[in-house]
Design a protein around this ligand. Structure first.
Ligand SMILES: [Zn+2]
Length: 324
């Protein structure tokens, strides 16, 4: 099994990363977050980092962040697009705009596709990861009821979009997210058809509902926009033992990916703290037969003051998984 690392800190973090150290530790792949603002000002620096990583034999993926925030798991991530294009943002059930572009808005889709094409040209990545594409959903409010969503819903169901959130709205957003992913994958694969499209649904454990639009793993795995289904395992947040959570998620994900000839990727939050059980996670994922486990992220793991004492154990765990 290969072990990967997520670098979520942007261009400023990439400056500090010692690629030799990551290779010595045994990491096989990197997921590099490309913040919209960073790409605007420092894209050459990100491109150089990726080129150097590839030269060392690492497989490198780009993880766009910001970009209208359809993709954003982090509500604090800035997006110049969101600030400057209020008319294309999602509209909630109270008629207010949310700080998140609507994936059904044609202007946004065109801008997003064009931005991803440019990024694919500029970066020598092996693929792109689409991180938690979602519609706004929180207690009591949900989106999107913009004119485009209402029109699409009418054409799709032959009825007006309901005022209340229910199964029909959920099915509509799931199909909308698949359409968005198709556009995203088409954009990068127009630049290079070999670029892999990796899809990260909203983190969950089997049996827990997801309302943001990525709950139907089978529909995602079935669509041509998904080469790899990437699942973040939030076991720490749900008080589920690590081994059980990893096994349940892996079995549920591979049930769908194997049916459609796709691959599965697992993610876990990582730090040297015993609380995160990183060494155990690597051992368990390898014993399950997983192809790859990604540790998230560089800041919480390698930048941690406790890391120097943890490094040898991590290196041994990655080496043992590599043999598995
Ligand atoms: Zn909309």
């Amino acid at each position: 099994m290969q072990v990967g690392l997520c670098l979520a800190g942007g261009a400023a973090e990439l400056d500090r990363v010692d690629l030799g150290q990551l290779c010595d530790l045994g990491f096989a792949c990197l997921f590099v977050t490309c913040h919209e603002d960073d790409v605007h000002w420092r894209v050459e620096q990100i491109a150089t980092f990726m080129r150097r990583a590839r030269a060392r034999g690492l497989v490198v993926y780009a993880v766009p962040s910001g970009y209208g925030k359809v993709l954003d798991p982090d509500p604090a991530a800035p997006s110049l697009y969101v600030d400057t294009h209020p008319q294309t943002l999602q509209v909630d059930n109270r008629g207010r705009r949310c700080p998140k572009a609507c994936p059904n808005n044609p202007y946004f889709l065109e801008w997003f596709s064009s931005s991803m094409r440019t990024l694919a040209w500029l970066l020598e990545a092996s693929g792109f990861l689409w991180d938690e594409p979602s519609f706004h959903h929180s207690r009591g409010t949900w989106a999107c009821r913009c004119q485009y969503c209402q029109r699409l819903y009418q054409a799709w169901r032959g009825a007006e979009m309901p005022r209340d959130f229910g199964d029909d709205v959920l099915a509509f957003r799931e199909s909308s997210i698949v359409m968005f992913l198709l556009a995203a994958a088409a954009a990068i694969q127009a630049v290079d058809y070999r670029l892999e499209s990796v899809v990260m649904p909203t983190p969950t454990l089997p049996g827990m509902p997801i309302f943001t639009g990525t709950g139907d793993w089978d529909a995602i795995a079935a669509c041509s926009a998904c080469d790899i289904l990437s699942i973040f395992i939030p076991w720490q947040h749900h008080n589920v033992p690590l081994e059980q959570a990893l096994r349940d998620v892996y079995q549920e994900a591979t049930r769908h990916t194997q049916r459609h000839g796709k691959r599965t990727l697992l993610w876990t939050a990582a730090s040297p703290s015993p609380r995160d059980q990183v060494l155990e996670a690597i051992r368990v994922a390898a014993s399950l037969g997983a192809e790859r486990l990604v540790l998230s992220d560089y800041a919480s793991l390698i930048d941690s003051a406790a890391f120097p004492r943890f490094a040898d154990d991590l290196q041994a765990a990655i080496a043992a998984a590599d043999q598995a």
